[in-house]
Ligand binder design. Structure first.
Ligand SMILES: Cc1cc2nc3c(=O)[nH]c(=O)nc-3n(C[C@H](O)[C@H](O)[C@H](O)COP(=O)(O)OP(=O)(O)OC[C@H]3O[C@@H](n4cnc5c(N)ncnc54)[C@H](O)[C@@H]3O)c2cc1C
Length: 382
């Protein structure tokens, strides 16, 4: 089997690497740009290059390109640290969800802004008392008594990435409180400029504030904003999570940090060489798992395993970089400044170590994903 990219794909990857590196140079550091790198101008550049909605049908304005083309573009962009977050959640999962479950009228309303890189979306799933257990969500949507077909939403979401910059939130809300917990949920597109919404950024342990609390106080949602089946969100959200879990972003968030630390590693030490070999092998295995997902060759629910393997690889990368730079990076303090010799690497490694636990939490924790793998992919007995 020939694993090399065709000359056309290799050229596309090289182009994306150059664009990604230029975008990353506008950021303080190059890691996790798909999640925290908010940059509206870069979103416009992605759109101008036809890199948003690359694989969506041309009939809705998409690029009609192959999954492999999108894979090489985003592997290159994210590996370089490109600031993708403004456009990425919509490109990765909201657009595909709308293509699968929304009406033609809804697609015509929302897809053009996503493709143009001018509308930013966030995902309102987790709540203060419901993270892993989606079935226990409590945010309520009740029919609007003043507007047939409309809804009024009340509740709170938390850890909502990008909400402070987004203009739409894809909310999962309880629309039938009498139904079994899994059965009474629906999906609503909520305009974040609506009266009654308060967005409060949360500062994480790295000092960054990309995710937020979002409070909804009797927020009016117009008719035509419920996506898919009333009370049918659970099935839809499982599909949406496949888009979220099986992608290349789960493997390469800190790949640039690895590349930048590798030349400083003591390769005269055989234990270091073994660790490098394990990381190189892990990267290639993770890449093959992601390729199976994006090419539609993975079994149902297998994205749980793909995300687990890939995000644990990202944590191993962070730990390796911490060992390479040693205590100077691990004890680095912003007040210490940075020597020109390491040109920002101490700060990046310190941040990378602090941030690493998040990889196996977001998008479903490793414990939950192992259960999904056992239950749904391997059909193991409980
Ligand atoms: C960086 C980051 C970005 C995020 N962005 C978003 C976003 O944009 N939108 C959004 O909706 N959410 C977002 N999240 C939230 C994320 O999806 C949740 O943190 C995650 O689903 C876990 O939920 P929780 O934090 O409530 O933890 P809990 O569900 O309370 O779990 C706590 C611990 O208990 C374990 N646990 C829970 N239940 C079980 C069980 N049945 N079996 C075994 N172990 C169990 C978990 O594995 C975990 O270790 C983000 C999180 C992070 C870290």
């Amino acid at each position: 089997m020939d694993f090399d990219l065709s000359p056309e794909l290799a050229a596309l990857a090289a182009e994306a690497r150059a664009v990604g590196a230029a975008g990353a140079s506008r950021r303080r550091h190059a890691e996790d740009g798909w999640l925290i790198g908010h940059d509206p101008e870069f979103a416009l550049e992605l759109a101008a290059r036809g890199w948003l909605g690359m694989t969506w049908p041309t009939s809705v304005g998409g690029g009609g390109r192959t999954a492999l083309e999108r894979f090489v573009v985003f592997e290159a962009l994210i590996s370089e640290g490109a600031p993708l977050a403004t456009a990425y959640f919509a490109d990765r999962q909201i657009g595909p969800t709308l293509l699968q479950f929304a009406t033609a009228e809804q697609q015509a309303r929302w897809l053009p802004g996503i493709l143009a890189g001018t509308s930013m979306w966030c995902i309102g799933m987790s709540e203060p008392d419901a993270g892993s257990d989606v079935a226990s969500l409590r945010t309520r949507a009740v029919p609007d008594p003043d507007r047939p077909g409309g809804w009024r939403v009340t509740g709170a979401k938390v850890w909502t990435s990008g909400a402070a910059h987004a203009d739409h939130c894809y909310v999962i809300a309880r629309t039938d409180p009498e139904a079994r917990p899994h059965a009474g949920l629906s999906e609503l597109v909520v305009d974040l400029a609506s009266p009654g919404i308060e967005v409060r950024p949360i500062v994480d342990q790295t000092g960054d504030d990309h995710f937020c609390e979002v409070a909804f106080d009797d927020v009016a949602v117009p008719p035509g904003h419920l996506v898919g089946e009333l009370n049918g969100s659970f099935r839809q959200v499982m599909r949406q999570m496949e888009h979220e879990r099986g992608g290349i972003d789960r493997l390469v968030s800190n790949h640039r940090l690895y590349r930048d630390c590798l030349p400083l590693a003591d390769r005269g030490d055989e234990r270091v060489r073994q660790e490098v070999a394990a990381l190189e092998t892990g990267y290639r295995l993770g890449r093959l798992l992601v390729l199976r997902e994006v090419l539609g060759q993975a079994p149902p629910a297998f994205s749980a395993a793909t995300k687990t393997f890939c995000t644990e690889h990202e944590q191993r990368v962070a730990a390796f970089c911490g060992r390479v730079l040693g205590p100077a990076a691990q004890a680095w303090d912003p007040a210490d400044g940075e020597s020109s010799a390491t040109s920002g690497l101490h700060e990046r490694v310190a941040r990378g170590l602090t941030y690493a636990p998040a990889y196996t939490l977001m998008g479903g924790t490793t414990q939950i994903l192992r259960t999904i793998l056992g239950d749904r992919a391997l059909a193991l007995p409980r």
